[in-house]
Design a protein around this ligand. Structure first.
Ligand code: GLN
Ligand code: ZN
Length: 754
């Protein structure tokens, strides 16, 4: 029996749901960037991509069943769009590769697809645009080729496709779609194309196929579940299908999927352990293939193998066919711990002994699947990682430690301290990280540039960035953040309780990778972090310079965080350190302090039931960080997106004086939502999409500003790009900012006209 899956009834099948795809040394990043810069052709890019895929398969070959098709040149949602041949006409170029990159990055002829965060992660996907007339056709070449690559090595290969339900739920209506149209309305049509994709895979020799439906780990309406049931009845009739979730519990979708006849489910037993009870209460066939996602695909701590084994045993009581895997794809963790062990300033042994990156996680999976493998429990957190002083200070804070004076009072005081015209112009903080800056940073890191020279180089950059902004005529300046390798890592390096890795890279979007710090113990600030830089920048200009901090929620979201205490407690410790930094900036004369919280929405729990508690601790920690500021000090915050949905109340609860958001890619439609949520302070809707190399015209930005003024009134609008400029080049930044200043000037003149 079960010959198709090759799973013997008592053995545990070791597998994973997906794997990092940028290369262990970020080989794909370099290959992509040189291709985009026109230095290498498509064949060279494909050769580099093939080498990355080969490395992925080398790693995955320790498993009984290997996921295939999880490689991507940019994004797996864009891959799904390409697999159903639904690229928008504006992105069609003369080769598939050129079309693909036009959709991903935009070009002179067309804006790219919108980009947004993937569930509660720091990964960004491209948002498909689907209309009532979008044509679908199967383009199975990529899925088939990657399946064959694994098959040719003699591996038990399991193709992975992003599921049609999640694909459509992640999509947005194409421009011109009628009111009331939802992409999910197209599920019936799309499923027929998936039938063709499955047929092509079967033809290539595939057995069971993993279909990822992460959107089913969120709350779904009865109608959505009904549509899901219909889709899977159709698909399950074609092929053995294993539906993977990966970002929380499947909940009620379990019944829907099993009733529809799917062969199996891959469960997230790290965040969705409730699914064990759900399954135990159902009458599940002993033929059902259940994959126990017990190895955390989202964090870097070694698993408690004893606890994992106990959960696996619960599944074995339900069915004869059980697999063991990561809870989600391993895309969200770095490839290998080895470089950290050998690095010159490597992580302390006490810490590395507790860590597992992707390769190490594969070994944990293999150990769990092996009846004689390790079942070790996890050691206690060392006492030396506790800081009693921080704990006492937090415990002693008064009940209203997170309250400021009312906004109208602050607004008047701030206007008096720093008079500004309507629609003040500013940027979000960073200026281009030029090749010279990166070179200096690398030389410094490798010990080839002494501290004093490095510092002088960064100060020279601040001088240049201030001069650029003065020349452009911006109203509120920034120092440009040249000294920061990354907005979270920079703070982590100067706070206790954090470790930074040498090479722990994780893909954020496209070729962009981040190196999340590891927050392992109690957090404290030992000295001011940013004050010298801001004070120096301010000494160079008469214009106000913004202080620039990263908020507590974002510091947590973009770190690998300890899992031995509630996130709320960890957030408060970080907030306390930032509160001291705010006080020191203020004492140095800073009148405007921006505390970035681009990750506020990202950490929002996928299921509604857990959201209120999140909103409480997240906004409290931000207020704890900022509420010590005087009323005449303006607190700005920045969020990297505009689809507020469930965090809109949280944005109001941050109680900032100015909030900059992303708005350009999705127009200005979101401003009315802010108003409805009783957000009463000022907004800087991003009028330049910095994720694309395109230079926006002044007219285009002026039109966006007019919409913002129409929605919010002339006194509440700032003019700014939608994010920091560090990934852009000066060739794009100078003309874009000049146009932005021109646009703000034009609209300012209109609103000032009596
Ligand atoms: N101040 C940061 C910058 O400009 C904000 C970046 C972000 O929101 N991701 O780089
Ligand atoms: Zn941003």
């Amino acid at each position: 029996m079960n010959t198709t899956t090759g799973v013997r009834s008592t053995a545990l099948q070791s597998t994973a749901l997906g794997y990092p795809r940028i290369g262990s040394n970020r080989e794909l990043k370099r290959a992509l960037e040189s291709h985009w810069a026109g230095r290498t052709d498509a064949a060279a890019l494909e050769a580099a991509a093939a080498a990355v895929r080969a490395e992925m398969l080398d790693d995955l070959s320790v498993l009984d069943a290997v996921p295939t098709g999880t490689f991507s040149l940019y994004d797996h949602v864009l891959d799904a769009l390409a697999a159903v041949d639904a690229l928008a006409p504006r992105h069609r170029r003369d080769s598939d590769l050129a079309s693909y990159f036009a959709a991903a990055r935009g070009d002179d002829a067309a804006a790219p697809l919108e980009m947004t965060k993937w569930f509660d992660t720091n990964y960004h996907y491209l948002v498909p645009e689907i209309g009532p007339d979008t044509a679908f056709a199967a383009r199975p070449a990529k899925a088939v080729a990657e399946f064959r690559e694994a098959k040719d090595r003699g591996l038990d290969a399991r193709p992975v496709l992003l599921g049609p339900v999640s694909f459509l739920l992640l999509a947005k209506p194409a421009e011109g779609a009628p009111e009331g149209f939802a992409p999910l309305d197209r599920l019936g049509d799309l499923v027929e194309v998936y039938v063709d994709l499955l047929a092509a895979l079967a033809e290539a020799g595939a057995g069971p196929v993993q279909i990822d439906e992460p959107a089913l780990a969120a709350d779904r309406t009865p109608a959505e579940l009904e549509a899901t049931a219909a889709a899977y009845r159709r698909l399950a009739a074609e092929t053995e299908i294993i539906v993977a979730g990966g970002y929380g519990p499947f909940g009620e979708a379990i019944g829907t999927l099993l009733d529809a006849g799917v062969a199996g489910l891959a469960l997230d037993l790290v965040r969705g352990r409730g699914d064990l009870e759900t399954l135990e209460a159902l009458n599940v066939s002993r033929e059902t293939f259940l994959i126990a996602g017990v190895i955390d695909g989202r964090n870097i701590w070694k698993a408690d193998l004893a606890k994992a084994a106990a959960d696996i045993a619960r599944l074995q009581a339900i069915t004869d066919r059980v697999g063991v895997a990561s809870s989600s794809t391993l895309l969200h963790v770095p490839v290998d711990l080895a470089p950290e062990l050998h690095a010159e300033h490597g992580l302390p042994e006490e810490l590395t002994a507790r860590l597992a990156f992707a390769r190490q996680k594969l070994r944990e999976i293999v150990a769990l699947a092996d009846p004689s493998g390790s079942r070790a429990t996890r050691p206690e957190t060392p006492g030396a990682w506790r800081d009693e002083a921080v704990r006492e200070r937090l415990a002693g804070l008064g009940a209203d430690a997170d309250r400021r004076a009312p906004y109208p009072e602050r607004r008047a005081a701030q206007a008096e301290r720093v008079p500004l015209p309507p629609l003040p112009t500013t940027t979000i903080g960073s200026f281009p990280q030029t090749a010279e800056l990166r070179k200096a940073r690398a030389a410094h890191r490798q010990g080839l540039m002494i501290e004093a020279d490095y510092h002088a180089r960064m100060r020279a950059e601040v001088v240049a960035v201030i001069a650029e902004q003065e020349k452009l005529g911006l109203d509120v300046l920034v120092h440009g953040e040249p000294e920061r390798n990354d907005m979270v890592q920079y703070f982590a390096e100067q706070l206790t309780g954090f470790a930074t890795t040498a090479a722990g890279w994780v893909q954020s979007y496209g070729s962009r990778c981040v190196r999340p710090p590891i927050l392992y113990g109690d957090v404290a600030r030992t000295a001011p972090i940013t004050v010298d830089w801001i004070a120096y920048a301010q000494s160079l200009t008469e214009k106000p310079v913004k202080g620039m901090l990263t908020g507590p929620v974002t510091i947590l979201a973009w770190s690998f965080v300890r899992d031995d205490q509630p996130l709320a407690d960890t957030a408060d410790q970080v907030a306390l350190a930032l509160r001291d930094e705010v006080a020191d900036l203020e004492a140095a004369g800073t009148a405007i302090i921006q505390v970035d919280e681009p990750a506020l929405r990202e950490l929002l729990p996928v299921r509604a039931a857990s959201r209120a508690a999140y909103r409480d601790w997240a906004t409290r920690s931000f207020r704890l960080a900022t509420s010590g500021a005087r009323p005449d000090t303006a607190i700005h915050t920045h969020l990297c997106y505009s689809e507020f949905g469930e965090v809109i109340d949280a944005i109001a609860a941050l109680d900032a004086d100015v909030t900059s958001i992303e708005a350009s890619r999705s127009k200005m439609e979101v401003l009315a939502d802010l108003d409805r949520a009783e957000y009463r302070s000022a907004v800087g809707p991003g009028v330049w999409d910095i994720h694309s190399p395109r230079v926006p015209a002044a007219d285009e930005m002026a039109a966006a500003l007019r919409l913002a003024v129409a929605a919010l009134g002339p006194d509440r609008v700032w003019a700014n790009p939608d994010c920091g400029l560090k990934t852009r080049r000066y060739e794009e930044v100078r003309p874009s900012l000049a146009n932005l200043v021109e646009a703000a000037g034009a609209v300012r003149a209109e609103v000032q006209r009596p």
